[in-house]
Design a protein around this ligand. Structure first.
Ligand SMILES: C[S@@+](CC[C@H](N)C(=O)[O-])C[C@H]1O[C@@H](n2cnc3c(N)ncnc32)[C@H](O)[C@@H]1O
Length: 434
């Protein structure tokens, strides 16, 4: 991935500068949720009223309309690329107005997304209509879709119901336009309110989820994600907007500011509800990388703090490699195969970093193939704990619908699971073999 424009100290907030169309294909990571607020293409010299003054509707060069085909091609291009970066159970939210939302809806269907809802955001304080020849524009649409028609998505039904007076949350959200306190770092011309993004994030993600915004602007998505203990990667081509994003992130690094903002976000029954819900959310279990170790390498393990994973990329798709492994905090090694059962050999280590070390083209008859090596650097050398030596039971080690990692393990490839699953596997084995 390209060098970030900004990477926060807590590594939960990344910004990339450049054209999203060029940067998206370079990202080697899968996301749980995407929010996009793409150009609406409405900057055509029209007029509107803001705080009692007549103002131009023009937002910037990036928002100028170039006709219907241009809008469709633009939306098709970024949506196709973003789809590749979504996990199989991920969802995408795209906001728009009549200027672009029909194009977005059409392309989503064309690309095989499943549209789940069309949310109408009804602004409680819209600007009046200047010409007095139309109804006041007081809504924006947000399409919610999932990547796969077959793989179920996450919806926080219970919380959404709670926020709607214990009745099912409907698809019309009455939330105010952006408030003054949200403009503490200079305002972006189309900055979204935190209340909208907070509701979206809380409805469709679990703690620690990775959220992508390919048109980040002032990174409202990132700020709402981080306030809600989710992680964020945002892209924008304008340094001016990335500076606002950076300033907003640095601002919420102060605990008291983050707490204050959580209390101010609209859409909750009371000021404390957001923070107290976050406190009760289950803390995600640590991710564990599972690495196959050849028998001949075992004697040397305590002498090293390095391990290598091999992966092949073909047609822009990394084969046989779960990219979530980049989130792993611990590595456990396993052995066996060729007729023998797979088992943990008792060697493990805390992961310091995982880096893409080597990349080379493989020449051959097939389409272009690239060979990668990921270097896993441990905090210290591998340790041996004989108690951990135990047979692997893929039924216990992985979640029921996690076929991918089960298959990877059966091919002696790197796989990913969580520490509670590893412990369950080891404890079950010990108790039945005691
Ligand atoms: C509608 S605004 C997003 C505002 C954002 N939701 C917020 O709350 O601040 C769209 C953003 O996309 C950026 N943009 C437009 N075309 C782009 C492109 N091709 N690559 C990267 N950024 C782009 C613009 O600079 C602008 O900041």
């Amino acid at each position: 991935m390209s060098e970030p424009y900004f990477k926060s100290k807590d590594k939960n907030f990344y910004l990339l500068q450049g054209d999203t169309m060029d940067l998206l294909p370079k990202i080697n990571h899968k996301f749980d949720m995407v929010f996009a607020d793409p150009p609406y293409f409405l900057s055509n010299n029209g007029l509107s009223i803001q705080s009692g003054k007549i103002v131009s509707v023009n937002k910037g060069k990036w928002d100028k309309s170039h006709g219907f085909d241009y809008i469709n091609n633009f939306n098709r291009k970024w949506l196709k690329q973003v789809r590749e970066l979504m996990k199989e159970d991920a969802t995408i939210w795209i906001s728009g107005t009549m200027h672009n939302i029909f194009s977005i809806g059409q392309i989503l269907t064309e690309l095989d997304f499943k549209i789940l809802n069309i949310i109408t955001w009804q602004k409680t304080n819209p600007p009046p209509n200047f010409s007095c020849r139309y109804f006041t524009y007081s809504t924006e649409q947000i399409i919610w879709a999932r990547k796969s028609k077959k793989v179920p998505h996450f919806y926080n039904y219970k919380l959404m119901k709670q926020l709607n007076g214990d009745k099912q949350m409907q698809d019309v959200w009455k939330l105010p336009a952006i408030a003054k306190w949200e403009k503490s770092c200079k305002k972006h011309p189309t900055q979204k309110p935190l209340s909208i993004l907070t509701r979206i994030i809380m409805a469709s993600t679990k703690p620690n989820a990775w959220v992508l915004d390919p048109f980040a602007g002032s990174s409202t998505t990132g700020i709402a994600s981080n306030l809600a203990n989710r992680r964020f990667l945002g892209i924008d081509k304008e340094a001016e907007y990335l500076e606002i994003s950076k300033c907003r992130k640095i601002e919420i690094e102060k605990k008291e500011v983050a707490e204050l903002y959580k209390n101010k976000i609209s859409g909750f029954n009371n000021q404390k509800e957001f923070a107290s819900f976050l406190e009760k959310e289950p803390k995600p279990s640590k991710k564990v990388a599972l690495g196959f170790c050849r028998k001949k390498d075992i004697p040397n393990l305590t002498k090293t703090n390095k391990f290598y994973f091999h992966a092949i990329e073909q047609d822009n798709f990394v084969q046989d490699f779960p990219t979530e492994i980049l989130d792993a905090k611990i590595i456990y090694l396993y052995q066996g195969g060729r007729g023998k059962p797979l088992f943990f050999i008792g060697y493990y280590g805390g992961i310091k970093s995982i880096k893409l070390k080597h990349k080379s083209k493989i020449k051959g008859k097939e389409n272009s193939r690239t060979e990668y090596y990921y270097e896993i650097e441990l905090e210290k050398n591998f340790e041996l704990n004989k108690y951990l030596t135990s047979k692997l039971d893929t039924k216990i080690l992985f979640y029921k619908n996690d076929k991918t990692n089960k298959e990877l393990l059966n091919k002696y490839l790197p796989a990913i699971t969580t520490i509670d699953k590893v412990e369950l596997n080891i404890n079950k084995y010990k108790s039945t073999n005691a």
